[in-house]
Design a protein around this ligand. Structure first.
Ligand code: NAD
Ligand code: ZN
Length: 245
């Protein structure tokens, strides 16, 4: 993959970079993206039937089981060269913010520090009655436990369909997008709102938009550079030609 020279120059001289990642970056670690069909026991479901507050109310055991499997998979797999390249980028730059839609925690495991998790994290649970309890949860068996404070069921601390994003995290992400002079959109279909508006905000504020994806998305016509390929190959190359050559 050839990285254009003028992009390398822009990144080197930029003051502030924001990157948005989606399920595509974790695909090379072995986690399925949203568009891949669910397998096995889950084949009869659509994610929209499992990842909603209504589904949890109707059938907490099934939803809890679904997250047990996803939590187990997230813990079993390893960050890949794409995750590591972003962690490295952060070390070379004064201002670098990583905004992720992923709930798998792989960016932090790869060493990224400045991470905004827009959709939560699968290794935490919170009270379904929102009494304020949020706690780490690495168990991958059993069923939905009771909140130690109010007795309601605990649920994964992730954003489900139809739910609002954590307000402070979203505000920080919007601010990072507005401030960035280079904005990277990586492995995301750029369909899910409000994450999809972040590159638009960045562009309106004059940022150069760079997309890394296996295929064109709805965002592609608006980007300044489309780097077509696997995140796990393109990102290490981007770091190499920018800082290590
Ligand atoms: P998406 O599945 O809609 O899109 C994935 C995108 O990644 C596609 O455009 C695809 O072409 C691209 N892609 C696939 N493999 C790639 C690779 N190796 N390199 C570069 N690009 C690649 O995912 P999304 O845009 O993140 O939105 C879906 C929602 O699903 C998000 O809200 C997210 O929270 C959730 N989700 C998260 C995980 C996770 O945490 N790992 C997994 C599945 C879904
Ligand atoms: Zn509670």
């Amino acid at each position: 993959m050839d990285i254009p020279n003028n992009l390398v120059g822009l990144i080197r001289s930029s003051d502030s970079i924001a990157a948005l990642t989606g399920a595509g970056i974790s695909q090379e670690s072995g986690l399925r993206t949203f568009r891949d069909k669910l397998e096995g026991l889950w084949a009869q479901y659509k994610p929209e039937d499992l990842a909603t507050p209504e589904a949890f109310e109707r059938n907490p055991e099934v939803v809890w089981d679904f997250y047990n499997v996803r939590r187990l998979r997230s813990c079993e797999v390893q960050p890949n060269p794409g995750h590591f390249a972003l962690a490295e980028m952060e070390r070379y730059l004064k201002n670098f913010i990583l905004i992720t839609q992923n709930v798998d925690g792989l960016h932090s495991r790869a060493g990224s520090r400045n991470v905004l998790e827009l959709h939560g994290n699968i290794t935490r649970v919170k009270c379904s009655r929102n009494c304020g309890i949020i706690t780490r949860w690495e168990d991958t068996s059993g069923c939905s436990p009771a909140c130690p404070t109010c007795g309601a069921k605990l649920r994964p601390d992730v954003v489900w369909f139809g739910e609002m994003l954590p307000r402070d995290v979203l505000a920080s992400a919007m601010q990072a997008a507005r401030r960035s002079d280079v904005f990277l959109s990586i492995g995301t279909s750029a369909l899910v709102q409000p994450a999809a508006t972040l590159p638009v905000l960045a562009k309106q504020n004059g940022a150069v938009i760079v997309e890394v994806n296996l295929e064109a998305t709805l965002l592609t016509p608006f980007v300044d550079y489309f780097l077509c390929g696997k995140a796990g190959e393109v990102l290490p190359e981007l770091v190499r030609v920018t800082w290590l050559r």
